[in-house]
Every structure is written in C-alpha cells, then in structure tokens.
Design a protein around this ligand. Structure first.
Ligand code: R5P
Length: 298
C-alpha cells in the first residue's frame, strides 16, 4: 500500500506536487479551531498499518506546535506504522546556545520535542551552525536535503557573469560550493549581529564587482536586515541592483517590501515556505529522498 501524505493547510501546493510525483496518496485532515481557539483534528482516511508523512514547514512554528503533537500522537494511536515529519523549513534552529545567562536554548528543546513526537524527520538545509549535525540535537533518524543544485541551476540559467556574495563567514562553505557549481567567483562578508534586525557587515572590495552581476545568497531571509545592508553597500558603489537568492523565504512582517525598497533586483527563493518569491521547486529533491534514502526506508 502506498504511503499516506498529510499536510498543513499552508503547504497544500507542495503536498499536491509531492503526492503526484512521489506516487503517494494524499490524506485529508479535518482541522478547525473550536470557538475558544483550541484545535479540533480528525484523520479522515484510516491510517492503521500505513506509513504516514506530515508535510509541515516550520516557519511561524509557535502556531504549529500543538498541531504537530496532536497529529503525531493521534496517527500513532490509530495504528500508523511510522509517522515522519517533512519540514522543508525547520524553525527554531538559530538559538543553539545560551548567549547570555538564563536564556533558553530553544534549538535543543524544540529538537527534543519533535523527536518525542515523530519517528523520523526530513528537512532542507537546516540552519546548522554551532551544531554540525542534526544527530547532535535530534534523537530520531533525520535526513537533510540540500537545495544547492536548485540554486546553481537557477543562477546558471538566469544570471550573466554572476559574483556570488555570502553574508557571513558561516556561509563560506556552501557559497564556495555554489560558486564552483556555477563556475563563478564568490566573496563572503564578515557579519556582526547587533540585534534582531541590525547587523554590521564588512565592506565589499569594489574591484571584485567589475563586469559582474552581484548575487546575494543566504540560507534564509528573515527580517531581511542582512540583505538590506549588502544592497545598500552595492548601491553606494553604484553597481547594478543585485539578485537576492534564499533557500527559505521567511520574510517577517514587511521584510520583503523593505528589501525591494532598499534597491534589490529580482528576489528568488525555494518553495520551502510558500511566498511570492518562490522560483525554485524542492518537490523533485524531496521525492528523490523519499524514494532512495535508507533513513526513510528503515
Ligand atoms: C544567519 O546566520 C542566517 O544565515 C541569515 O543570514 C540570517 O538569519 C538572516 O536574517 P535576517 O534576514 O533577519 O537578517
């Protein structure tokens, strides 16, 4: 029997593509809020004896925590063989240490919570910084999908003479690999974060921009504070409006409008989170993993 794929309402487009391309049956959830705001959840198709997936991208994670818990516990109670979370964007990965005394290390706590709910997790380019591997904080098997081939393909197809620009030292490893795949030069800045929305970046050496189209690449855009700073620098240098490329388009509040207003050129992202900037489809990457990964088959 084929696997059953359920999804958060926000992720309907990606779920439809995944079910179609991956030969999975799409499962219906009756989901609504009671008048007092509590969640009502009912699985419509029987899940007993079935392999169950839940596609739920974890942008805006606080709004989804209860649903994750209710989904996983109910699927198990109803006899699902296994319950796997597919979180194209995995939230709560950035507070991975206590920077000040008394702070919650929410990356560890959230990973422990998800590990207690699900049998396995599949995600795309999680923000692994001080933790090098998912296994350091997740106690369930995990599978990490990389979007780099999509980014490389998009840049190669759409940008003439690109110069790839990474926003910080952490990005160097993957920006370098992306630059190699695009046969293009790259430069990574140094970033000092002063607050949630404020960063200070090192200066771009003007010489590297000559004859090049600047392409800013980041794993995610949240407040867009980082990209706005690079765009401002480029504007001062009088070069062409940069292309902005991100894997995860979180765009908190008016971030997208602010990035546009700052002078960004095309802004493109993967559809890990539904957004107007989506230009790269992760469905084939996820299908390949679902069909081939040992982690998923076990
Ligand atoms: C940080 O380490 C990440 O790689 C991104 O650079 C950062 O999260 C972007 O955030 P924002 O858009 O708020 O500057």
């Amino acid at each position: 029997m084929s696997a059953l794929l359920f999804h958060h309402p926000q992720d309907v487009a990606l779920a439809t593509a995944l079910a179609m391309q991956g030969g999975m049956e799409k499962g219906d959830l009756a989901l609504r809020a009671f008048p007092d705001g509590e969640t009502y959840l009912r699985f419509l198709p029987p899940v007993a004896g079935r392999t169950v997936y839940f596609l739920c991208s974890l942008n805006d994670p606080n709004a989804k925590i209860n649903l994750l818990l209710f989904f996983a516990k109910t699927a198990r109670a109803l006899g699902a063989t296994s319950v796997t979370l597919i979180a194209p964007y995995l939230g709560y990965m950035r507070q991975d240490k206590a920077f000040h005394e008394g702070e919650a290390v929410t990356a560890d706590i959230h990973a422990a919570f998800l590990s207690s709910c699900f049998d396995r997790i599949i995600t795309i380019d999680p923000h692994l910084h001080r933790h090098a591997r998912m296994e350091e904080i997740f106690s369930i098997p995990s599978c990490v999908v990389h979007a780099a081939p999509l980014l490389a393909q998009w840049v190669k197809t759409n940008v003439a003479s690109p110069l790839l620009i990474g926003p910080d030292a952490e990005s160097e490893q993957w920006v370098r690999a992306l630059a190699e795949a695009c046969a293009a030069p790259y430069h990574c800045l140094q970033k000092n974060r002063l607050g949630d929305r404020t960063v200070i970046l090192s200066a771009l050496p003007p010489a590297i921009l000559v004859g090049r189209t600047p392409v800013l690449v980041d794993d995610m855009i949240s407040t867009a504070g980082t990209m706005v700073e690079v765009v401002k620098q480029l504007k001062k240098l009088g070069v062409a409006a940069p292309v902005c490329v991100a894997i995860h388009p979180l765009f908190a509040g008016d971030a997208y409008a602010r990035l546009k207003e700052a002078g960004a050129g095309p802004i493109v992202s993967c559809n890990t989170v539904p957004h107007a900037s989506n230009a790269m489809d992760v469905a084939p990457l996820l299908v390949a993993v679902l069909e081939n990964s040992d982690v998923i088959k076990t």
